[in-house]
Structure formats: C-alpha cells, structure tokens
Design a protein. Structure first.
Length: 199
C-alpha cells in the first residue's frame, strides 16, 4: 500500500507497526505492512503496477497496467475492443490529468488530449493553453520558452516528448461503478493538477 503524496516529504518506505498510539488494525493495515509515501512519483512501470495491485485488493478485478515514458515510447494505444480504462498524464514531479474512457468515448482515450479542438470539452491541451503561466510553474525555466510557443500544430508532440502516460485497462463487462472507482482511486492517490474546477 502507499499513501496519498504529501507536498514536501521525500520518497520513503515506512514499515507500519502501530506506532503513535494507533493499532495497525484500526489504521487499516496489518503490522509490518509496507506503506510507500510518494511526493516525487517513481515514474516507472512500478507505479502502474502499484495502482493495479491496490485496485485488485479492493475489488478483486485485475486491470492491465502499462507505463509509457516521455519521448518516442509515449504512443497511446487504441482502446482495445471489449475494454474500458483510465489514463494518466504525469511527470517525475506532478500528475496533471486523470480521465476515463469506454467504448462510446474511444477518441478521448488516445486523441482528444493531444490536440486543440474547439469542440472537445475538458481536454488536457485546453488546460495548458488556458493558463500557460500556471503550466510553466510545473517545469524548469529552461522549458518556459517552448511552453509559450505551444499551439495547435505542435502541442500533441510536445506532450508526448515531455510527459509520460499510464494506461489502466479493465474488461468492458465490468459495470460503470468499477471504472468510476478506478478513476477515483487514481485521482486520490496522485492528486492531479487539472481536474474539475481546476481543469
């Protein structure tokens, strides 16, 4: 298990053994359970696997978990037939966007968040250009100039080259509550910058 990231704590692994007057069973963990506290996300397949494991422990549903690092390997898949899922956009320091898609929203899975389309609501790209000053605050000063130049013709490639992606897939025959729970779990764990009124 791992806890919701705090703003300033370093990456640490703690063994919960009922300290500070709280018993392990009341805290929801068995004695000796490993609790990974993340503030700087370990941007590897490991994070995807941890989310997969926690969802399985809660629901008994196995999801496919894939990590796409920024750069040439960031190539979002087409949503497979018979699947629905949750996607995540994030860097080593921040989670930006968490969303879900199913058979009736396949474009949202692999294209909406990579293009500036006036007809698309709540797209990651729109959040970026809506307030580039805010978006620049999440990156080093050396990248501010290129962020200022983001536009319809280059924003998709910029996202692929500078932001990583995680995909979590579950069977379409699982009801919508399972998909909603998976999205909510990821949002709670990773605290995305662009969600709801903050998008």
């Amino acid at each position: 298990m791992y806890c919701r990231p705090s703003k300033r704590h370093e990456l640490q692994v703690a063994q919960y053994s009922g300290q500070n007057g709280r018993s392990a069973d009341k805290a929801g963990f068995a004695p000796g359970t490993s609790i990974l506290c993340i503030s700087r996300y370990p941007m590897t397949q490991e994070l995807a696997d941890r989310l997969q494991t926690e969802f399985l422990q809660i629901t008994g549903i196995k999801v496919d978990a894939r990590f796409f690092p920024k750069g040439p390997l960031h190539q979002p898949s087409a949503l497979p037939s018979g699947k629905q899922g949750v996607y995540i956009f994030l860097t080593d320091d921040h989670c930006f966007k968490v969303g879900k898609a199913g058979p009736k929203s396949k474009a949202r899975w692999n294209s909406h968040h990579y293009c500036l389309d006036e007809t698309t609501r709540s797209a990651f790209t729109k959040s970026i250009v809506k307030n580039k000053g805010r978006f620049k605050s999440y990156f080093s000063e050396s990248q501010h100039s290129e962020i200022d130049q983001l536009a319809k013709d280059n924003i998709g490639n910029w996202i692929k080259n500078n932001i990583s992606r995680i995909e979590l897939l579950l069977p379409q025959n699982e009801d919508g509550y399972a998909l909603n729970l998976l999205e909510a779990l990821v949002q709670y764990r990773l605290n995305p910058k662009y969600e709801g009124k903050n998008a």
